[in-house]
Design a protein around this ligand. Structure first.
Ligand code: NAD
Length: 284
C-alpha cells in the first residue's frame, strides 16, 4: 500500500516551508472539509491544497482505495483526515455520510461537491442511459451533497461554505459536450439559487467553473458517437495536455478564490475554449 502511494501519488511534504507555515495561519487553518471525488484529479489536488493550509479533509470517493490514499497523504499535512467510500448519486448514502461526519468529526466548515464524470457526444448519438449516468453523478451528486450537508451548516449557526464544481462548459454550447455541459449548467444555477437562499442564514455557496484541467476525466469518460473511443480519448487528452492546467494549479486557484466567497470562480487557461472544443465536433 505504501509502495503504491509512493509511486503513484504526490509525496507528502513532511516539513513546512516558511510560506506554507504562513499559510497554516490563514483562513483554512483548523477547519474541517468534506471533498467528494477526492480520489483523483481536481478533488485530490484541492484536498492536498486544503490539508497544506491546515484543514482536516474527509476524502469521499466511489473508489475506496483512491479516497484512502488521498486521506493518508492529507493526514501527513494535517492530522485528523479521514475517508469514506460513497456514491454521490445515492441520496441515502449521502445522508448517512453527513450523519457519520457529524458524529465522528463534527460539522464541516467546507463541503466541496466535486465528484463528476464525463459523458459526451452529439445529442443524436447519446442514449437515455448516457443521460441517466451523467445526470445521476453530476447533478444528483451535487443536489444530494447540498441536501445532506446544508442543514448541518445552517444549524451550526452559519459560517459554513458549500463549493460546487460546475464547468466552463456550462457557458459554452458545444456539439461534443452536450449532456455533460447540460448537467454543469444545472449545477451552476443550483449553486446560484442556493447562494441566494442561504445567504441570510450565514452559509455561502460558490460554483467553480474549471476549463480544461489535465486529469483522469477523459480516460474515465464515456464518449458516444465520436468515432473509435480510444482515438477520441487520445485526441481529447492531447488537447487537455496542451491547453489545460495541472490539477495542482487549478486547486491553488480554487482555494485562493473561495476564501473571498465569490459567486463563481472561473478556472480557465484557454481564451477560446469553445473554439478548442469545436475541433472535436463530428463533421456535419
Ligand atoms: P477525475 O476523473 O480525475 O476525478 C473524478 C473523481 O470522482 C474520481 O476519483 C472518481 O472516482 C470520482 N467519482 C466518479 N463518480 C463518482 C460517484 N458516483 N461518487 C463518488 N465519487 C465519484 O476528474 P476531474 O477532472 O478531477 O473532475 C472533478 C470535477 O471537475 C468533476 O465534477 C468535473 O466535471 C469537473 N471539471 C473537470 C474539468 C477538467 O477539465 N478536468 C473541467 C471542468 C469541470
Amino acid at each position: 500500500f505504501v509502495d503504491e502511494i509512493e509511486s503513484g501519488a504526490p509525496r507528502p511534504r513532511r516539513a513546512l516551508t516558511a510560506q506554507q507555515a504562513r499559510r497554516h495561519g490563514g483562513a483554512f487553518a483548523g477547519q474541517l472539509a468534506v471533498v467528494t471525488g477526492a480520489g483523483s484529479g481536481i478533488g485530490r489536488a484541492v484536498s492536498f491544497e486544503l490539508a497544506e493550509r491546515g484543514t482536516r479533509v474527509i476524502a469521499v470517493d466511489i473508489d475506496e482505495d483512491a479516497a484512502s490514499r488521498t486521506a493518508y497523504l492529507c493526514g501527513h499535512l494535517t492530522p485528523g483526515s479521514d475517508f469514506r467510500k460513497v456514491d454521490v448519486g445515492d441520496a441515502e448514502a449521502m445522508e448517512k455520510l453527513a450523519a457519520w461526519v457529524r458524529s465522528e468529526h463534527g460539522v464541516p466548515d467546507l463541503v466541496v461537491n466535486n465528484a463528476g464524470i464525463g459523458v459526451a457526444g452529439p445529442f443524436l448519438e447519446t442514449s437515455e442511459r448516457d443521460w441517466d449516468r451523467v445526470v445521476r453523478v453530476n447533478l444528483w451528486g451535487v443536489v444530494n451533497g447540498c441536501r445532506a450537508f446544508a442543514p448541518l451548516l445552517v444549524d451550526a449557526g452559519g459560517g459554513g461554505r458549500i463549493v460546487n464544481t460546475a464547468s466552463a462548459a456550462a457557458f459554452i454550447p458545444s456539439r461534443v459536450f452536450g449532456p455533460y455541459a447540460t448537467t454543469k449548467a444545472a449545477v451552476l444555477m443550483l449553486s446560484r439559487t442556493l447562494r441566494g437562499e442561504l445567504a441570510g442564514r450565514g452559509v455561502s455557496v460558490t460554483a467553480v467553473c474549471p476549463g480544461l484541467i489535465n486529469t483522469g476525466i477523459i480516460d474515465n469518460a464515456h464518449l458516444s458517437g465520436m468515432g473509435k473511443e480510444t482515438a477520441a480519448k487520445k485526441r481529447l487528452n492531447r488537447l487537455y495536455r496542451l491547453r489545460g492546467y495541472t490539477p495542482e494549479k487549478a486547486a491553488t486557484r480554487i482555494v485562493n478564490a473561495i476564501e473571498n466567497d465569490p459567486e463563481i470562480v472561473p478556472v480557465t487557461a484557454e481564451a477560446h475554449l469553445g473554439l478548442a472544443l469545436s475541433r472535436f465536433a463530428p463533421k456535419a
